[in-house]
Design a protein around this ligand. Structure first.
Ligand SMILES: NC(=O)c1ccc[n+]([C@@H]2O[C@H](COP(=O)([O-])OP(=O)(O)OC[C@H]3O[C@@H](n4cnc5c(N)ncnc54)[C@H](OP(=O)(O)O)[C@@H]3O)[C@@H](O)[C@H]2O)c1
Length: 396
């Protein structure tokens, strides 16, 4: 297991005003950086974007973080500027998260900024990770001017689920569903390989290469005997492999493919999603992808423990078989779960070969859902249309 171990600190404070000291140009650059951040995938690390401004306030480089183990947004922007032969002395770095202070899998950004001669750093939100935090202090000590809290609530919203996962000391959870047009994940006889197009399978294996762990239920192991590795188009395991996790009380056969021979396997003997997540967290997992089957997907969704949804829809009908979800305990429309389109990590709706790939994030509790706002406008329409009638009968 190669996941970075993080000590978790505090939940960042939201709602702060734009602090005095930031210029209008820097606020505009922060919006650019927030947009750039969407280029990266969600997961163990937050989405982060960075913009470098020259002394006239012009953007000279942009960067973003492409996921755990890759360059941070600041280093990405500095590298872009270097590729173009630019001198960064006296420039301003505008970044959506406090520059990190720790080595991790990449170097500390605070040191890279100091070494580049950047004179001023404007950031949105403090880093909640213990070892990574403290970048602002290091920068100030080296004489770099630092302004914090610019567009803070937007930066918090950008990574809302990630901050919540960090504060709850659990991994970030991606739920993966590969289904037919009529929402089946397996046919009546149990066959499910492969519902998705080769392009969707390749995309899924790309995601497997980014995560720390992949989780399925015991029934999927018993029926499909999956390997749960990240593989290339020729079926060879490639790159960093996720921990293979199976959840459920029954024993897993000794010769099950998921056990492998590398020891990178764990059996979570529980049916409680929250307990499974805390077991994985204990093992260093910071990003898990839940791949099924139906009962496991439903259990995580019912528990409200899904941060991101990736759904592959094949233009295929089965008419019967295993539905993707087996009940979420929802009895009425007002209790429905609502999801928002997520433009990060390649976009919210994409064609992959014959399939559609949908990418969604949960709607925040208490936010107006599409159904509620429709119901409200309908209520308003009815009361508006009732008013003249009441006036007519009661008036003249
Ligand atoms: N299309 C796809 O991408 C895809 C992906 C995966 C699976 N599938 C298909 O999905 C089907 C399997 O789905 P499934 O729903 O039958 O099985 P499942 O979700 O894979 O596993 C269910 C089993 O997990 C255990 N479990 C652990 N936590 C649970 C919880 N909170 N609630 C209920 N059970 C829990 C239980 O076994 P214990 O008795 O051991 O506790 C239960 O029998 C297969 O046909 C497979 O081919 C399709």
């Amino acid at each position: 297991m190669t996941a970075v171990q993080h000590d978790i600190h505090v939940f960042p404070v939201s709602g702060a005003k734009v602090p005095a000291g930031a210029t209008v140009t820097e606020v505009a650059a922060m919006k650019e950086a927030l947009q750039a951040a969407l280029g990266g995938p969600r997961g163990a690390n937050p989405l982060v974007g960075a913009v470098i401004l020259d002394s006239r306030g012009h953007t000279i480089a942009t960067g973003f973080h492409r996921g755990a183990g890759t360059a941070h947004a600041e280093a990405d922007a500095i590298a872009e500027a270097r590729r173009r032969g630019l001198d960064l002395a006296g420039t301003t770095m505008v970044v959506t998260l406090e520059p990190c202070n720790h080595l991790g899998r990449t170097g500390p950004c605070s040191q890279a900024i100091i070494a580049a001669g950047i004179a001023r750093v404007v950031y949105a939100i403090d880093d909640p990770h213990g070892p990574a935090a403290g970048g602002a202090r290091t920068l100030r000590a080296a004489g770099v001017e630092v302004v914090a809290g610019v567009e803070e609530s937007e930066a918090l919203e950008l990574n809302r689920e990630w901050f919540e996962a960090v504060a709850s000391k659990r991994p970030f959870v991606t739920l993966h569903i590969a289904q037919t047009l009529d929402s089946r994940i397996a046919a009546e006889d149990g066959t499910s390989q492969w519902i998705s197009s080769p392009e969707s399978l390749a995309d899924n294996h790309g995601l497997r290469g980014l995560i720390d762990a992949i989780l399925v239920g015991t029934q999927t192991v018993l029926i499909d005997n999956p390997r749960l590795t990240a593989r290339d188009g020729d079926g060879h395991a490639v790159g960093r492999q996720p921990l293979r996790a199976v959840m459920g009380l029954r024993d897993i056969p000794e010769d099950a493919a998921v056990k492998g021979t590398d020891g990178n396997f764990t059996h979570l003997r529980t049916r409680e999603p929250a307990e499974a997540l805390s077991m994985l967290f204990e093992q260093g997992v910071r990003h898990v992808m839940v791949e099924g089957g139906a009962r496991i997907l439903s259990a995580f969704l019912s528990a409200g423990l899904v941060d991101e949804l990736v759904v592959y829809i094949a233009p295929t009908l089965l008419g019967s078989g295993t539905p993707a979800l087996q009940g979420l305990g929802i009895k009425t429309l007002t209790a429905a779960q609502h999801w928002d389109w997520d433009d990060s990590g390649g976009g919210s709706v994409r064609r992959l070969g014959r399939d559609l790939r949908l990418h969604l994030k949960p709607v925040r509790q208490g936010t107006d859902t599409p159904g509620q706002s429709h119901a409200r406008s309908e209520e308003q329409r009815l009361s508006d249309s009732a008013m003249p009638a009441a006036h007519t009968t009661g008036g003249h």
